[in-house]
Design a protein around this ligand. Sequence first.
Ligand SMILES: [Zn+2]
Ligand SMILES: [Zn+2]
Length: 138
Amino acid sequence: MDSQFAPEEDYNNVVDSYSVTINGFMFCTRHGLEVCDKCPTDNRAANNMVVEDSLKERFTEDEYNTKWKGDEREPITVAHKWVRVGKGKPGCMAHKEVACKECFDWGEQLYRGVHGGRKPRVSRLKNKKEKTHDERIE
Ligand SMILES: [Zn+2]
Ligand SMILES: [Zn+2]
């Protein structure tokens, strides 16, 4: 009788009094911080494990080696971005959606933080360095 909803516990999205887990990333419940010196907690290492494999595939070798700071990276915050929604699950403030792909796509967020939204400007830099055509005249 209890199983009529066939509840399958989603451990990637849970909240208790100490920590809230959203899409597999943990934050302190009280402040919504990934790194909090009041609680105190530092979830970066654990959270990175969730996404690091896929990030490693997406980064260029250079990005991974020089720009990806791993467990020393800038912490993510979900302060004022999550609320308890149906069944006490943590969801996003914007859409009231558990495991919202738009608000809580950590892999994408971290990827963009390193990779940036900019397109490479190789061609422009190249043009700058190119000699004027005068010099080609013999
Ligand atoms: Zn805290
Ligand atoms: Zn959302």
